[in-house]
Design a protein. Sequence first.
Length: 129
Amino acid sequence: MKYQVPFFFVTIVLHSVFFSCASQPKATNPLKEQGVIASKLGNNITTEENTDKTHLLLKQKPEGENVARVYKYIVVRKSDNQIVLEGTYQLGYVKWINDSQIEVLSLPSVTEQDESKYKKVLSVLSQKL
């Protein structure tokens, strides 16, 4: 009888730990749940995290051969799910260049040769929307 109580107690503790871990809700993105991302970017997006994992860059995926299309992007601070930066680009890209800056290339036409005057570097830390 001595050994039945500890075994029973251990079984109850293990089950309660297992079920409490299993019932934890998955981490969700409140912006996505509220439809904020879909309303700004649509449903066909790509997501890139900066290397220190504090911000997300979300951008529309280029579709088809429509080179004249303007694509939208937003940067979200993960700690409070706030949009800290948003903008557009055309015939170019938007990408992380370090933990706190993105580079945006937006060309006015396919034939443009000098890309440097159409590149801009934006800090996600100094932006307030």
